[in-house]
Ligand binder design. Structure first.
Ligand code: UD1
Ligand code: CA
Length: 464
């Protein structure tokens, strides 16, 4: 059967009570993405004809996450009467179509495309009405058990409804299935709710297909971790670590050094060039890209930023929605806020904040400065404690600093203002007027010295 006949349905209506959260369970993040995003990405990798999410609790928030995804459709399930009832909600969208349905759970993010392809192939080879993915696990408590008769799949029994003998079975239902569409909804409508939870159990479909004499099968996935569902925050952390490990292994295979992969928090959409070294406790998020041969030191956080090659980012610097040019040094303790474009071979030192500013090649801002809404040329030297006063309480204003300018320490540049190229600003100035190219701006009270003042004061005190 061709893959264009594949429809993917993802169940995500459940409450996730044990998360104890106001956020829908499937929007909790693991390995840098919400759980449901991992599952949708898996679905997309199969190039199916449709992807349908069944939503209930937190439906609006889940829809909002996918607001810009045109390839995902939604159906509501209200109230949530069980997994069988959940799939039944897609009937109006899928009934009468040809092909098959891959059913996934929104809270099972580790499943791989390779395992799903195995399941799809098995279903196609046998022309089975349903193939269910199973696993053998050390502790099957809570899962549905795979009941086999003479080796063949007979039915699935939920933990709560299982006998002692059935509870001893260690092959469990993963909750991932491939269904032939033609007999699906007719059989699904016959699933009842006479069980311990009074719910419509999707796994009961297996028994119905068997009664009707259709082929059913169970396929064991090789890695039982893959089918791990998340019910608690402890499981979220464990699964998040497994997802992170996959990302880390791919990065290391690509020539990146992770000094200690355990405390690395690197999202799946981050790219890092060869021979870059990432120290422990580094956070690289969103669509960040780091070039070849960079050093990212401990405690750095970079979000949606582009870092060119040969860049060093020292400890505890934060860079968001910005770019850094080749050979630049940033930090320690520097902050690049959104829309900062740092040129090549720029040095930004400790306690420097840059916002919505452009810095030209070779410019240096070594210490304790705020540069906001500024266009700074190449080869500029900005002394310690320089502040662009960009905000008048109502509006933001621009500061322009020409190539080769030298701004003395502890200056305030009151925007809008321009410092000409190769101009100087005397230390401690409050600059409110433009400084011409090659000129000196000096704006501070003139110093007066009083010789002998200390001795005079001491004498006065003694005579009192
Ligand atoms: C289900 C299976 C069980 C299997 C286990 C694997 C049933 C009855 N049992 O149990 O055999 O071993 O998964 O993890 O199917 N959902 C809805 N609407 C509902 C109920 C659930 O959309 O009315 C969604 C949930 O959000 C979740 C998925 O279906 O994504 C599974 O539901 P859950 O309640 O976690 O099922 P389990 O009890 O774990
Ligand atoms: Ca579950």
């Amino acid at each position: 059967m061709a893959s264009e006949d594949l429809h993917v349905v993802i169940l995500a209506a459940g409450k996730g009570t044990r998360m104890r959260s106001a956020l829908p369970k499937v929007l909790h993040q693991a390995g840098g993405l919400p759980l449901i995003e991992w599952v949708v990405r898996l679905a997309r990798s199969l190039e199916p004809r449709s992807i349908t999410l069944v939503l209930g609790h937190g439906a609006d928030e889940v829809r909002a996450w996918f607001a810009r995804a045109s390839d995902v459709q939604f159906v509501g399930q209200e109230p949530q009467l069980g997994t069988g009832h959940a799939l039944l909600q897609t009937r109006s969208l899928l009934d009468g179509k040809s092909g098959r349905v891959l059913l996934l759970s929104g809270d099972v993010p580790l499943l791989t495309a390779a395992s799903v392809r195995g399941l799809l192939d098995a279903q196609a080879a046998q022309r089975a009405a349903v193939v269910v993915a199973t696993a053998r696990v050390a502790n099957p408590t809570g899962y549905g058990r795979i009941v086999r008769k003479d080796g063949a799949l007979a039915r699935i029994v939920e933990h709560r409804d299982a006998s002692e003998a059935e509870r001893a079975i260690d092959e469990i239902n993963s909750g991932v299935y491939v269904f032939e569409l033609a007999p699906l909804f007719g059989a699904l409508a016959r699933v009842g709710s006479a069980n311990a939870q009074g719910e419509y159990y999707l796994p009961d479909l297996i028994g119905i297909h068997v009664q009707d004499g259709r082929t059913v099968d169970a396929q064991v996935v090789l890695d039982s971790d893959e089918i791990r569902g998340i019910n608690t925050r402890a499981e979220l952390a464990e699964v998040g670590r497994l997802l992170q490990t996959r990302t880390n292994l791919a990065l290391m295979a690509g020539g990146v050094t992770l000094v200690d992969p355990a405390p690395a928090y690197i999202g799946p959409d981050v790219s890092i060039g060869q021979d870059s070294v990432i120290q422990p406790f580094v956070f690289l998020e969103g669509a960040t890209s780091v070039g070849d041969n960079c050093e990212i030191h401990a405690g750095v956080r970079i979000v949606n930023a582009t870092i060119a090659r040969n860049v060093k980012i020292f400890n505890h610097s934060v860079i968001v929605d910005s770019t850094v040019g080749e050979g630049s040094y940033i930090g320690p303790f520097a902050r690049l806020r959104p829309a900062s474009a740092v040129g090549q071979r720029v040095h930004i030192g400790n306690f420097v904040e840059v916002k919505k500013s452009t810095l030209g090649e070779g410019t240096k801002i070594g210490h304790l400065s705020y540069i906001g809404d500024a266009t700074v040329g190449a080869g500029v030297n900005i002394g310690a404690g320089t502040i662009t006063c960009n905000y008048d309480g109502h509006q933001k204003h621009q500061t322009v600093i020409g190539d080769g300018a030298f701004v003395g320490s502890d200056s305030t540049l009151v925007a809008p203002v321009t410092i000409g190229s190769a101009a100087y600003v005397a230390a401690g100035s409050s600059i409110t007027q433009d400084v011409p190219d090659g000129g000196l701006g000096i704006a501070r009270a003139r110093q007066a010295n009083k010789p002998g003042w200390a001795a005079e004061r001491a004498a006065k005190r003694q005579s009192r």
